[in-house]
Design a protein around this ligand. Structure first.
Ligand code: PMP
Ligand code: GLU
Length: 396
């Protein structure tokens, strides 16, 4: 069969690097190789029992039909309360759309807003799928490089310099995947001040790691009164509630954007899964203390991995303040030969770690920063210790 018949859009789309690396690690494991997977951004905890029970009850209560395209009303009410309680945001129910994961929510937004040639500013490093989703929807990603010395955060001046008449949106995550950086209220205000001059630019604030925050004080861009009407707040339950496979994400947005996203998924997927939506009501209504044990464990592992990496030659780390990743700069290794392999870039380095140390990480190139690699510490402390030990052995 001539695969040329595939659309240009699909031919130019890259496979998600995080998912590809996880698949490669799985393959090696199936071949009997003891690979330590630090590539996938997925909590290694089980979904808490109180959430699983809600799902079992939903099945027994015969929640089996198509759901409203924008989500069950009572889930949307739980989301509305969550936005008020955690983020001081007052969304009405028409401004909330539930989707099949935050990933679908992001795709919906790009698809609803982008025309060919529209530019989307992505502070680097950004989450792997942002640039591909933007490209898939006809937009042009505009990368803004940040530095480790500035904790990988974009300054107001950098934003100002990146804006052109074609700029349609700014997308970022805070806490950030992959750097773990958390924008403070003051830093977000400085960005919002720049945007005052450009009233048509929409901000997409991806807050899916909101609860995995070690410095405390999560702030939502939409909580500034002058940003509320032009910000889409993206969130979901995959990370904080260890519910990656349940596939529920949601947005709070200007009503015309929420409605456009609903219209789109009404033609593509219909409403999100019925059982998962019922379980998420229970998850969101529960006190945050119910999930604190996972956050505490991530905080502990962060200390462990930073301590180990700071004692490993050629790894320069920032101190991540949220999420469960470290994003060390490993460029000190570029140009060197290890185990007979020349390391030219972060992809070579990540492959070396996989094939020689049997530790799966993800190249920073996938996140728009070719000097770094991403290491997820959503793994047990023993696995983290063993992984860094192996890496040190391979690097000599
Ligand atoms: N945004 C960020 C920053 C992420 O790390 C992820 C992880 N998958 C997502 C969005 C998508 O999450 P999900 O589709 O599982 O809700
Ligand atoms: N967001 C996670 C990650 O960055 C899950 C993988 C994915 O959805 O791409 O690894």
């Amino acid at each position: 069969m001539n695969t040329d018949i595939l659309s240009e859009k699909i031919k130019s789309l890259k496979t998600s690097a995080t998912l590809a690396m996880a698949a490669k690690a799985r393959e090696l494991k199936a071949d009997g190789i003891d690979v330590i997977g630090l590539s996938l951004g997925e909590p290694d905890f089980n979904t808490p029992d109180f959430i699983k029970e809600a799902a079992i009850n939903a099945i027994n209560e015969n929640y089996n039909s198509y759901t409203p395209v924008d989500g069950y009303q009572d889930l949307k009410k739980a989301i509305q309360l969550k936005f008020k309680r955690d983020n001081n945001l007052d969304y009405n129910l028409g401004q909330i759309t539930v989707s099949t994961g935050a990933k679908q929510a992001l795709y919906n937004i790009a698809s609803a807003l982008l025309n060919p040639g529209d530019e989307v500013i992505l502070p680097c490093p950004y989450w792997v799928s942002y640039s591909d989703i933007v490209g898939l929807c006809g937009g042009t990603p505009v990368e803004v490089q940040t530095s480790i010395s500035e904790d990988f955060k974009m300054t107001a001046e950098q934003l100002e310099n990146a804006i052109t008449p074609k700029t349609k949106m700014l997308w970022y995550s805070s806490p950030c995947n992959p750097s773990g950086s958390v924008y403070s209220k003051e830093e977000l205000r400085a960005i919002a001040d720049v945007l005052q001059k450009y009233p048509n630019i929409v901000v997409v604030s991806d807050e899916i790691y909101e609860h995995i925050n070690f410095r405390g004080g999560h702030f939502s861009m939409a909580a500034f009164d002058d940003m509320f009407d032009r910000t889409v707040t993206v969130n979901g339950v995959s990370k904080a509630f260890a519910m990656t496979g349940w596939r529920i994400g949601y947005i709070g947005a200007p009503e015309y954007i929420a409605k456009a996203c609903t219209k789109l998924q009404g033609q593509v997927t219909s409403g999100a899964n019925c059982i998962a939506q019922r379980a998420v009501i229970t998850a969101l209504e529960a006190p945050k203390e119910n999930i604190q044990y996972m956050v505490d464990e991530f905080a502990h592992r962060r200390e462990v991995i930073l301590d180990l990496l700071n004692n490993t030659e050629g790894f320069e780390c920032n101190t991540p303040e949220g999420a469960f990743y470290v994003f060390p700069n490993v460029s000190a290794w570029f140009g060197k030969t290890v185990k007979g392999r020349v390391i030219s870039n972060a992809s070579d380095f990540s492959m070396l770690l996989l094939e020689e140390a049997h530790v799966a990480t993800v190249t920073g190139e996938a996140f728009g920063n070719p000097d770094c690699i991403r290491i997820s510490y959503a793994a047990s402390e023993a696995q983290i210790r063993e992984a860094i030990k192996r890496i040190k052995e391979v690097l000599g």
